[in-house]
Design a protein around this ligand. Structure first.
Ligand code: NZQ
Ligand code: ZN
Length: 388
């Protein structure tokens, strides 16, 4: 492996059917006031809200409710939550939901006592938090982002057309996360498969870089194979506990900083996807799906050996008699076929991308140079056009 790294992940996980039981073990570690963050109401309909509030009552906590966290949480909501957390002098933020709710809770945790504008400081300038940070705990109800065990927090500012992720240090990771695969059974199919593709994308973003022999790439291949296998079962039967639990665990490992050790990483699919999200408010995983095939078809020429390895080791494509570019193309074809099979969005036009807003989306795309090729703005436009 090339490069130096440190690895530190402080999030404690409780996994399985009984996970929520352990909330009562965690709550006494924090002060009396708990801010409960959740989304648009799914947890009220599926009964998770009742279970969580009962545990909070039993632990004698004072509840501050902060519902209505929207998918792709906005900067306006962040300001509102930060004000609420400060006014109530909150001791713990408990996020019950998917990546949006957990990302938002982390944003509130570092913003409540921030001097200055948190959007500018953390998201635009990418600074670390230096003041008081309110601890966050999480109950995951939707699988995909990995937010349950990382420092990521993605906030959208529609007014300036930017959706920016800040990866905070371990100080902002959830202190604990409860992972019950059964809690994900009520996620609508569209969101479920968007989450599956988000997981795949996180792994690919970390896999498609470098030419060294790296343990992280072997881990990535194993996770991708497990995800592909279980996703095929889950799309046919979303209630299959074995498949959903494997996918939940894969999602957590896909983006909890393990796979990136000694890796340069790419992340351009996410940068283009986030720019689409900033302009259309589309579902995160679907924005990634819509641009992935044009993106990988274009960049595979710059990292052909890795794309050929992807074909062999992830998709089981036989290499005999084939050139590396041929294998690379077959790997991308296999990826595309799997995407169609699980039913993700293959055309950005379905998400609100049009010939008219492509230039603005390209302007909102942050460009990194850590993958196999540094995109130019024109290449971003070309990929977006091909994704329509
Ligand atoms: O809001 P409610 O009513 O809860 O409904 C949600 C929402 O509509 C619903 N849902 C969640 N759990 C459910 C459920 N519906 C029924 N039953 C359940 N058990 O699903 C919808 C989507 O939820 P959301 O949290 O928005 O999805 P996701 O987990 O995909 O999170 C997306 C956000 O995470 C960011 C994305 O950019 C996006 O803003 N990301 C965060 C990352 C991180 N922290 O590292 C990395 C990712 O790449 C990603 O960027
Ligand atoms: Zn993602």
């Amino acid at each position: 492996m090339e490069g130096n790294f440190s690895y530190h992940n402080p999030t404690k996980l409780y996994f399985g059917d009984d996970a929520l039981k352990y909330l009562s073990e965690e709550l006494p570690k924090y002060g009396p006031t708990v801010m409960l963050c959740y989304g648009g109401g799914s947890i009220k309909r599926n009964g998770i809200y009742d279970q969580v509030t009962q545990a909070l009552k039993q632990a004698g906590k004072t509840l501050v409710e902060d519902g209505g966290v929207m998918p792709n949480p906005t900067v306006e909501k962040l300001y509102e939550g930060a004000r609420m957390a400060r006014e109530h002098n909150v001791d713990l933020i408990l996020a019950v939901g998917g990546g949006s709710t957990i990302d938002y809770a982390k944003g509130v945790s570092v913003s409540a006592w921030c001097d200055g504008d948190p959007w500018q400081k953390y998201y635009v300038e990418q600074q670390e938090a230096t003041g008081r940070v309110i601890p966050v705990g999480a109950v995951l109800t939707m699988v995909g982002t990995g937010s349950e065990m990382n420092g990521g927090s993605v906030i959208t500012n529609r007014a300036v057309g930017m959706k920016i992720g800040k990866v905070f240090g371990p100080y902002a990771y959830p202190k604990f996360t409860l992972l019950n695969p059964r809690f994900t059974f009520t996620v609508p199919q569209y969101q479920m498969v968007a989450g599956f593709f988000d997981i795949m994308s996180h792994i690919m973003e970390q896999y498609f870089s470098g030419t060294d022999d790296n343990t992280s790439d072997y881990l990535a291949e194993g996770l991708m194979r497990s995800l592909i296998h279980s996703s095929r079962i889950a799309v046919r039967n979303p209630q299959d506990y074995e498949a959903r639990s494997n996918i939940m665990w894969t999602a957590t490992w896909a983006l909890n900083t393990l796979l990136k050790c000694a890796k340069r990483q790419d992340w351009m699919v996410h940068m283009i996807g986030q720019a689409i999200g900033a302009h259309t408010d589309a579902t995160h995983g679907m924005t990634l799906a819509a641009v992935s095939i044009p993106y990988y078809r274009f960049v595979s020429q710059f990292g052909v050996q890795k794309f050929a390895r992807f074909a062999r080791n992830v998709w089981g494509i036989r290499p005999e008699g084939k050139s590396e570019p041929q294998l690379a193309e077959e790997g991308i074809e296999a990826l595309e076929a799997w995407m169609r099979e699980i039913g993700v969005v293959m055309h950005a036009a379905e998400l609100g991308v049009t010939a008219e807003n492509i230039e603005a989306i390209a302007d909102s795309t942050l460009i990194f140079d850590a993958g196999y090729h540094r995109l130019t703005r024109d290449e971003v436009v070309k990929i977006l056009k091909e994704s329509l």
